[in-house]
Write a protein that binds this ligand. Structure first.
Ligand SMILES: Cc1cc2nc3c(=O)[nH]c(=O)nc-3n(C[C@H](O)[C@H](O)[C@H](O)COP(=O)(O)OP(=O)(O)OC[C@H]3O[C@@H](n4cnc5c(N)ncnc54)[C@H](O)[C@@H]3O)c2cc1C
Length: 475
């Protein structure tokens, strides 16, 4: 498919959208506000302008818009906070950009049922703040939590900093109210912890990147809030020694930490220096950040001590313990700030999201180094080492031109993805495919597998109006 397979948004359609959503919540051609909706956090080259952006407030409004889009054959791209790193919210065929930013109510915190019901435009971190006084906890923790929305987290099945112990977003989604691609409002699941009544369509929707339904309400399973946390920042001379420690903590240490984050020397030193932290920079080749949590101080402290002991015995340079929230956040700040510093470092980069079995991380690191040498680019690596999810970020070298960078990028990415597949990994662990990785899917999936997904998409969205051009090609 291409843009010419869709109808254009005419002034008459804009009027209809204004009647549905309200004049002030529809931005059409020529409106300066439209530009904001042309891309997420992917580089500019992946962006595309919508013809119109709308900010509906209710599921009923969305349902009317979706029915209109089917009637007219106009694509709709849902958007949450636009912090995505695969172009999922980019309206690649123009059409209608549907932002859920006004749908930001926390509808209910149901402590008795350990459940929260929220609209998709709630900022992830805000939910956590609201749950705190209830002694409750949403385990999802994407490191963009200060800006991303729950709706985007569900659509990408976001992972993040606590996935080692708690798993990813999808584990906590018990129900969804959706507007189907044909416009019906349907509730899937709900507050029930167990439910085998028919196909598990809730899980089908999770990670569907806005291609199978628009979420309008989300039922989130909560946990009792841990009362004690400790973090350990450990510095190493080289990445190999650091990574070798990761499985040891779980096997020799017999514990599953809440978090195990890896930062290579380049990333860690760049950001820690910028934050004016004092470390022995000249010796640092890598860093690990561990967190442990629970409800008994003695157990948490024992776990932290065990991690420190294992790191010391296996060649760590230095380790630092943080016992208060303030100290813990200081360590996390370094980790969270790195992607932003890299995005600022050059606009010609590619934030990758490969995931390999954790035992294969050492091979992945050494192959990434070889690929960097082959193309003459630096590839800093950081990520969620405890679940094998590595953010390798090729950067344009200052010696090459933008044209040269753009020429090598497709084969550089292909080499990274092929290497990942060889190690039993895949091309995205948490950022999704979007249109950025769409054309590489056959490296990690058989034709029959891709066809099965296409059949699902065609059955639910016969006019292919919901976020077309994402994940896989229509034909
Ligand atoms: C600095 C930084 C750190 C990050 N760290 C992490 C991390 O640790 N873990 C992680 O997983 N990701 C991380 N990300 C990526 C990103 O924040 C996540 O993918 C996040 O889940 C996207 O949420 P969003 O609200 O920005 O969604 P958007 O980018 O707006 O949209 C993402 C996808 O969701 C779809 N969508 C949006 N709303 C709906 C809806 N209501 N119904 C159906 N589909 C919808 C869109 O069409 C799109 O395909 C990071 C990004 C940055 C910039």
């Amino acid at each position: 498919l291409n843009a010419s397979d869709y109808r254009r948004v005419t002034p008459g359609i804009v009027d209809e959208l204004r009647r549905i959503c309200g004049t002030e919540f529809v931005f059409s051609d020529g409106d300066k506000k439209l530009k904001k909706y042309a891309r997420d956090k992917v580089p500019e080259a992946y962006g595309h302008m919508p013809e119109v952006a709308i900010l509906p407030k209710t599921a009923r409004e969305i349902s009317r818009v979706v029915k209109l889009a089917n009637r007219e054959k106009i694509p709709i791209t849902p958007r949450a906070a636009g912090s995505g790193l695969s172009g999922g919210a980019v309206p690649v065929y123009g059409g209608i950009l549907l932002s859920v930013e006004r749908m930001n109510d926390i509808v209910e915190v149901d402590a008795q049922n350990l459940m929260a019901v929220v609209e998709p435009g709630v900022v992830t971190n805000r939910l956590d703040e609201v749950l705190q006084p209830h002694g409750l906890f949403f385990a999802g923790y994407p490191l963009s939590e200060e800006i991303c929305f729950i709706g985007g987290n569900v659509a990408e099945n976001a992972g993040g900093g606590r996935a080692v112990k708690y798993g990813v977003t999808g584990r906590y989604i018990q129900g969804l109210e959706i507007v189907a691609p044909t416009g019906e409002i349907i509730q899937l699941g709900g507050k029930r912890v167990k439910d085998v009544t028919g196909y598990n369509l809730v899980q089908l929707m999770i990670g569907s990147e806005g291609t199978l339904g628009i979420f309008t309400k989300i039922f989130i399973k909560l946990l009792p809030r841990p009362t004690v946390r400790q973090a350990i920042l450990v510095l190493f001379e080289d990445p190999e020694t650091a990574i070798a420690v990761v499985p040891e903590v779980m096997t020799a240490g017999r514990l599953v930490p809440t978090s195990i984050e890896f930062m290579d020397g380049f990333s860690f030193c760049m950001t820690a220096r910028a934050l004016k932290e004092r470390f022995p920079y000249e010796k640092i080749g890598a860093a690990l950040l561990f967190e442990v949590d629970g409800t008994h101080l003695s157990v948490v402290a024992e776990n932290a001590a065990s991690i420190r002991r294992i790191c010391r015995e296996r060649g760590a340079l230095e380790e630092y313990l943080a016992e208060t929230d303030r100290e813990i956040e200081r360590f996390w700040r370094i980790r969270k700030q790195i992607p932003w510093d890299i995005l600022r470092y050059t606009s010609h980069q590619s934030v990758e999201d490969i995931v390999v079995p954790i035992g294969s991380i050492p091979q992945a690191l050494s192959k990434l180094k070889q690929i960097g040498e082959k193309y003459g680019v630096d590839i800093p690596v950081l990520g969620h080492a405890g679940d094998g999810n590595l953010h390798a970020i090729p950067l344009k070298s200052s010696a090459s031109t933008v044209a040269q960078w753009e020429e090598i990028l497709p084969s550089l990415l292909r080499d990274i993805y092929a290497m990942t597949a060889e190690l039993g990994g895949t091309i995205s662990g948490e950022h999704g495919i979007g249109h950025k990785r769409r054309d590489y899917m056959s490296l990690v999936m058989s034709q029959a597998h891709l066809d099965m997904m296409r059949k699902i998409k065609r059955a639910l969205d016969p006019n292919n109006i919901l976020n077309p051009g994402k994940i896989f090609s229509w034909i």
